[in-house]
Design a binder for this molecule. Sequence first.
Ligand SMILES: CC(C)(COP(=O)(O)OP(=O)(O)OC[C@H]1O[C@@H](n2cnc3c(N)ncnc32)[C@H](O)[C@@H]1OP(=O)(O)O)[C@@H](O)C(=O)NCCC(=O)NCCS
Length: 183
Amino acid sequence: MIYRNATIEDIPAIAELQQKYHVTTISEEDKPHGFVTTLFTDEQFQELIEKENGITIACDQDKVVAYVMAASWEYWSKWPLFQHMIGDLQHTEYKGTVLSTENSYQYGPICIDTEYRGTEVLKNIFEFSKTQMSQRYPILITFINHINPRSYAAHTQKLGLDVIKSFEFNNNNYYELGCHTSN
Ligand SMILES: CC(C)(COP(=O)(O)OP(=O)(O)OC[C@H]1O[C@@H](n2cnc3c(N)ncnc32)[C@H](O)[C@@H]1OP(=O)(O)O)[C@@H](O)C(=O)NCCC(=O)NCCS
């Protein structure tokens, strides 16, 4: 398995994975095993790659089998859910530190193709992305829908993220989670 930063040429394969597991297009069979919420256009993928170097992918030979997004809050600020989270940072503490757009970034979505789940891909792709972002930010922040128990288990038990709080947005309940980017 190869882990690397995505380039513009990878966008069609990333878009295909997004389509397969996005909450609006996922099959009923796959949905209980997790879904992604943030929807990217090809232009938004391009901006994420060019401005933030913010997409990590896992490739099995030539096939893109997983992706992870990570970027500054400024990048995320065009989505209403993130506007809500940004406005709330000043009221949120992680291990004694009040969050800000300077000391934290937003990680996610993460998406792994079904046949590569339950493998080392989860930890490896997460670590690859986090190590890069650790040069810019000390704290990683993310959110998970309450009705995505697989992602919750993966992030709290396998990846060691801490639950900071729950919040409601657009009739959905989300956990906000975080961790330090360096040990
Ligand atoms: C979320 C995701 C990245 C996790 O990666 P993964 O490789 O599937 O994670 P793992 O299988 O190693 O760990 C998940 C754990 O949850 C458990 N689990 C599976 N389904 C579960 C469920 N419905 N409820 C609770 N736990 C569940 C698994 O058994 C596993 O624990 P175990 O290894 O101790 O048995 C992956 O499932 C995925 O891409 N899902 C689709 C997109 C998605 O949900 N992204 C996250 C958006 S926040």
